[in-house]
Design a protein around this ligand. Structure first.
Ligand code: FES
Length: 373
């Protein structure tokens, strides 16, 4: 796995700030952290907090924005496929969301490229698409995740994406090309129409310049143009990568695409070679027959189970549990279920073991549940 090294261009600031760390400084600034004072001078001058400044903004499609961010000295790079959490203040409230860098991993480039698609009711995504400008400073958490290219690289690679799920696999493709990878690569991307494809010019250029790379566009709402039409099926797979049985496949996109690809790979007995990341919030169906009481025993608060996720039920009860992605990938919202049964809305699995860790954002109670929040 290739990980970008700490960029040298921030070295001087890094060493200055690390020398600023002595206990004396912390003592002088108590009860506030040093960064609370430094940010009054420059929000990018931090000792502890990692932040990033937006240095470029471009709109590839009407409902997306591609941001280039320059992180502070604490940034240690990312692996292709990983995600980062950014914290953005919207109307005075800081919201945290996860996005996957689309750039090439393992280079000296010290920037992070994120492409964000506006989502219905998406507070952060709508704000960024409409209002992000160079100079905007966001909070940043280190890159992490289990979705990544293995090392050594597989013999052949199939990348499948849909909509804004293109970003982690774009990073994988850019990284493979940068490394001079010689195995076969197929990049199969699903979009409503050709106007909804981000990175199209670059993808076409990569395919033209690399004999081992095929790029195919599949349009679900457009019957002409592109290479394939409609939804993923075995035929699409055979057209895109007839050699798929000897490849490792990396998939990221909306739930419908994920489900379709998983079911084809299951039928073919290839599920072990399929790796996926879901970057779209699983929308829980609020259960009209929900029953029981949710006890947030850490706060001595109780609520009638209304069938929503435990994160939403806690917030509706006036609690403020920590959360990040609200889509089950960052584990920020993890809490102990002391008793009762919960259902994972992404997998449908039931969990009735006591004292188990669950993710509040993707768990709904089934009857009486006690959560340590
Ligand atoms: S908030 Fe990220 S997993 Fe729940």
């Amino acid at each position: 796995m290739s990980i970008a090294t700490t960029p040298t261009s921030r070295g001087r600031r890094s060493s200055l700030l690390s020398r600023l760390r002595p206990r004396l400084l912390e003592t002088l600034t108590t009860p506030h952290a040093v960064d609370r004072y430094l940010e009054l001078v420059d929000p990018m001058m931090t000792v502890d907090d990692m932040r990033a400044e937006v240095v470029a903004v471009r709109h590839q499609t009407p409902d997306t924005v591609t941001l280039t961010l320059r992180p502070t000295w604490q940034w240690k790079g990312f692996a292709a496929g990983h995600f980062v959490q950014i914290g953005v203040v919207v109307d005075g409230v800081r919201h945290t969301r996860c996005y996957s860098p689309a750039g090439t991993a393992g280079t000296d480039d010290d920037t992070i490229e994120l492409t964000v698609k506006a989502q219905p009711d998406g507070i952060v995504s709508n704000y960024l698409v409409a209002s992000a400008k160079p100079g905007l400073v966001v909070n940043l958490a280190p890159a992490t995740g289990t979705f990544e290219l293995p090392s050594p690289r597989p013999d052949h690679v199939l990348l499948i994406s849909g909509g804004s799920g293109i970003t982690p696999v774009m990073s994988m493709l850019r990284t493979l090309v940068h490394e001079g990878y010689t195995g076969r690569v197929a990049f199969l991307h699903y979009a409503y129409t050709e106007n909804d494809v981000c990175y199209r010019a670059e993808l076409d250029r990569i395919a033209a310049e690399n004999d081992n790379v095929d790029v195919l566009y599949a349009y679900t709402d457009q019957q002409n143009g592109g290479h394939l039409h409609g939804f993923f099926d075995t035929e699409h797979l055979n057209v895109a990568a007839p050699w798929h049985a000897s490849a490792q496949t990396f998939l990221c996109g909306p739930p419908g695409l994920m489900k379709g690809v998983r079911s084809v790979f299951d039928e073919l007995g290839l599920s072990e070679s399929l790796f996926s990341e879901e970057f779209v919030t699983a929308v829980p169906v609020v259960d009209g027959d929900a029953s029981g009481t949710v006890s947030f025993s850490g706060s001595s608060v109780e609520a009638e189970n209304d069938g929503a996720t435990l994160l939403e039920q806690a917030e509706n009860a006036g609690l403020t549990p920590e959360f990040g992605c609200r889509m089950g990938i960052c584990f920020t919202c993890t809490a102990i279920k002391k008793s009762g049964c919960t259902r994972n809305v992404k997998t449908g699995e039931l969990d009735s073991d006591p004292d188990n860790e669950i993710q509040l954002c993707i768990s709904v109670p089934v009857g009486d549940v006690d959560i340590d929040v």
